[in-house]
Design a protein around this ligand. Sequence first.
Ligand code: FES
Length: 169
Amino acid sequence: MQKGELVMSSDLNIQEKKAIIVKHGAVKEKLLNILLDIQFSSEKGYIDKETAALVADELGMTETRVFEVISYYAMLKDKPQAKYVLKICNSSPCYVTESDKLVALLEKELHVTANQATADGLFAFNCIPCPGACHMGPIIKIKDKVFGNMDEQKVLQLLHDLREGRISL
Ligand code: FES
């Protein structure tokens, strides 16, 4: 593990997904918040069929309705996204360390906006709520790793290293 990296938990299990549903009151009215929370907490970065079925079941609604909501909101995905999805924390402690500058840099460097994959399918980025590494802000999380104390130079180096396959995730 390199300095500045922190290993976070891997993809969500059923109990963790259920905990998110309960956190939002397990009510249909919170479906969008639940789906966003699960998607952005997940290593996969999308809502798979199994998860949609679980959410539908827990909220007492049909899977079809859950997928209607997923397809209505561009932020929600029902398919695997880019190979590397860079998740930038935009909660207050990271925001004050200028995480917005990292977002602007990624837009410029990758020629995409949030939640869009690059033409080569290698990168996408989006903003996430605090994953609990505030002491390292601003941070970028990719799969189960957190890269902390990021600045523009480090982001460029990170993109370069990922392209070259120098970072194992
Ligand atoms: S506020 Fe960004 S990791 Fe906690």
